[in-house]
Write a protein that binds this ligand. Sequence first.
Ligand SMILES: [Zn+2]
Length: 269
Amino acid sequence: MKSILENRPALTNEVNKAAEVAGYLWQKGWAERNGGNIVVNITEFVDDEIRALAPISEVKAIGTVLPYLKGCYFYCKGTNKRMRDLARWPMEHGSVIRILDDCASYVIIADQPVQPTSELPSHLCMHNYLISKGSTYKASLHTHPIELIAMTHHEPFLKKDVLTNLLWSMIPETKAFCPRGLGIIPYALPSSVALAEATIKELDDYDVVMWEKHGACAVGEDIMDAFDQIDVLSKSAQIYINARNMGFVPDGMSQEQMREMTTAFNLPK
Ligand SMILES: [Zn+2]
């Protein structure tokens, strides 16, 4: 069967980025078994021929109405699929879906009827919210970064912006490349509406949030941008933990040094 990616270099590039990121997640130990999710809004790469493609699944309900997603198309990791497999075969472990005009249901259109991740409704809620705000962000990522999750098992780190400031202060690049910091979302059942709603609320303030004792969720211009933001935070977490392992509490950059960064790099916070 012909792949939807054939003769579509721009769309292929977006899917290849998802595959590349999936490989990194596995290599970093952030994607055990089928852990983590990738959902990318690919609507800008969709042509008339794709819009005319017949569905290869029955109509599936999203479970909510998302008015800003009318006519949108997404590449989604498949449910129960592994990142390490998606890295090599993105169209066998993920699929392309079309949101139907009722904004409450979707169909799979390519390449195979791979059922999207069970987290699809919460990811679509995030994309709906991003579009409603006029955001240009196209990607959402959920993964299990070891050190960052470990830090959410410590109550003092869960207060607003304690981790943001600690992680920013470990190395200047973290503030430069994750400039909105790290939001914290108290523990909620995975896949729950409560978790999705809390995440959307925090997206006003942050591009990356930690789900307490579970994982990170990031949004970005593309999937590489979402990954990079979690990656720089993770680097800072590792520096902090390495210092603690050497027997001392790291000094961190001073508040003045961090303010200097904000001015020099024209950062939002
Ligand atoms: Zn998870």
